[in-house]
Design a binder for this molecule. Structure first.
Ligand code: GLU
Length: 559
């Protein structure tokens, strides 16, 4: 076999060895060679033993010699190539020039992680095709409105990088909904129903019309005037849009379009008593605002079917509808009313409490909007229901923040050890292993050579009897502790390396996702860190939230 093949094999064997602590895996190398050189595949039986013997040779060299050898052959192979996976959303159907799409939240509170899916998907498409992204506040449930949400939602979208260029508030548009309803009544496509609600629903189940259904138009219009004037009591009359009483899906048979609400509206007070139901206002607005494409969750499938009747009655062109599958988001609190109550009770600190799944809580923890965007683009618009994975979101966030996050030591619940058996201990560690140009944390410990270990590491130290202080030295358990040299190879024999801080540390607090505040110490350079994200070695990534002289407060992001 040619020398050239042997050289290629050696190169890949060296690379595999360098990436895996000096030990190349023959199978991985075989895979790499046969994968990369298809012309060798028919000769696999011949090449494989050769690869095995070269791998054995390479593995005998030791990591240092392997690295040097590979450096000489091809230094670019020392760098692990990052796999850039690119996910793209599918094209939308029937795009004719620009698109008009919308995000239509109810202003009951700020946005949470669940809302970010529809926001990101719509934004992605408007950015792709050009056009308008409408923000529409669907505030037709006065009982459920939090007036602050009118400001908080745009702030959340802005942080997410979602750019809405037109904003509407449904409570400004009641007169238009009333006019359309009047037209539906005139067309005989709607009726004012004064039946008992349960009775009406039972009739529908049996595909039967209630007595109001077929009253003459004049009587319907007369009832409608009285309805708008507030002459009926709340719950005693509704306006219903006719669909098809024989529709196989009972949910689609005749739907309520307007109801009476006496609860004052935060924006319009008691100006209106007749409130549109979403299927009326959404259909009218989607038409009026010129929606070309509507992306919504599968939970709206029946609503789409209902709204299409309104489009058909008026002869309006329907948008293209997409319904993505439901998402189950575990391990967090999303329900706005619950969060609100807990804030009122003093249990949560605010809408950005890290125990909640709000966008504000994500921001506070240092989850970047790009990670959220990537998550939803990867999830796409598939109709299958999915389980949300925090781990995956955190992984995507890690890819984004890792390069910018300098490394520091943080010690929770610190326990002091002085070290005997040596005069001065010196060490250093890069702020970031991939960025030597950012400089190092430099350590020098003099009498009494004090270090602090975390409470947990201290317990483990007392049991294991020795520990490595990362980037400094080894110590054996005693009081005071004994200096035990600086040989890193102790790690191979099961000694654990732990983070530590010296006497020149600063006070530090780390707010954990369960709301607990870990108090401790951090190395002093953390206090002057300019970036907002750091990696606390062996603890995880954290966002610096506050700095006072001698004290840093941080919020835990993820491991
Ligand atoms: N306000 C509704 C929601 O947020 C509207 C959604 C839609 O019509 O697609 O669920």
């Amino acid at each position: 076999m040619s020398d050239q093949i042997e050289d290629t094999i050696r190169k890949f064997a060296l690379q595999n060895a360098v990436f895996f602590k000096g030990k190349a895996n023959p199978k991985a190398v075989v895979g790499k060679i046969l994968g990369g050189c298809p012309e060798l595949r028919p000769r696999a039986a011949e090449v494989t033993p050769l690869i095995e013997s070269i791998v054995e040779e390479v593995n005998a060299m030791g990591l240092e010699a392997q690295t040097k050898a590979l450096q000489e052959i091809d230094s670019s192979m020392l760098v692990k190539e990052k796999k850039e996976r690119k996910y793209e959303l599918p094209e939308l159907q029937d795009v004719d020039g620009k698109v008009v799409m919308r995000i239509a939240p109810g202003p009951s509170g700020p946005l949470h992680i669940g809302h970010t899916r529809v926001s990101v998907l719509n934004d992605e498409y408007v950015k792709r095709y050009g056009g308008d992204l409408v923000l529409r506040f669907e505030d037709t449930n006065p009982e459920k409105i939090d007036p602050d949400a009118y400001d908080m939602i745009p702030e959340d979208l802005d942080w997410l990088g979602v750019r809405c260029n037109r904003t509407y508030i449904q409570s400004d548009r009641f007169e238009m909904y009333y006019d359309c309803t009047r037209k539906l009544l005139e067309m005989g496509k709607a009726y004012v129903c004064t039946c008992d609600a349960d009775h009406w629903r039972n009739l529908k189940e049996q595909r039967q019309a209630c007595p109001c259904h077929d009253l003459p138009v004049e009587e319907q219009l007369d009832r409608y005037d009285r309805f708008l004037a507030g002459e009926y009591e709340e719950g005693k009359a509704v306006v219903v849009v006719k669909t098809d009483l024989n529709h196989p899906n009972p949910a689609v048979r005749d739907f309520v379009a307007l109801r009476l609400v006496s609860h004052p509206h935060p924006r319009t007070g008691d100006r209106y008593v007749a409130y549109p139901m979403m299927n009326l206002s959404v259909a009218i607005d989607d038409h009026e605002m010129g929606m070309t494409h509507v992306i919504r969750g599968k939970d709206h499938l029946n609503n789409t079917l209902r709204q299409e009747y309104v489009f058909d009655y008026f002869g309006w062109k329907k948008p293209v509808y997409y319904h993505y599958g439901l998402v189950n988001i575990p391990d967090t609190v999303l329900k706005t009313s619950l969060i609100k109550q807990s804030i009122r009770d003093g249990e949560y600190t605010g809408w950005d409490d890290v125990r909640t799944g709000t966008v504000r809580a994500m921001e506070r923890r240092g989850i970047r909007p790009e990670a959220i965007r990537r998550y939803w683009v990867e999830a796409g618009m598939k109709a299958v229901d999915i389980q949300f994975s925090w781990e995956n979101l955190f992984g995507m966030n890690r890819d984004i923040i890792d390069d910018a996050s300098n490394r520091y030591f943080f010690v929770h619940d610190p326990v002091r050890y002085d070290i005997d058996g040596v005069d001065v201990i010196e060490g250093s560690a890069p702020k970031h292993p991939d960025h030597p140009e950012r400089g190092s944390r430099v350590y020098r410990l003099e009498d009494p050579r004090t270090v602090f270990l975390s409470g947990e590491d201290s317990k483990a130290f007392a049991e294991a009897k020795s520990v490595r202080l990362k980037d400094l030295c080894n110590i054996d358990y005693a009081l005071p502790a004994r200096y035990a040299g600086n040989d890193v190879s102790v790690l191979k024999h099961g000694v654990r390396a732990v983070q530590w801080v010296g006497r020149d540390s600063v006070e530090a607090e780390l707010l954990m996702p369960d709301g607990a505040v870990w108090k401790g110490l951090a190395e002093k350079d953390l206090a002057s860190e300019a970036a907002d994200m750091v990696q606390l070695e062996r603890v995880g990534f954290a966002r610096i939230e506050g700095r006072e002289p001698g004290k840093v407060s941080m919020v835990f992001a993820h491991r």
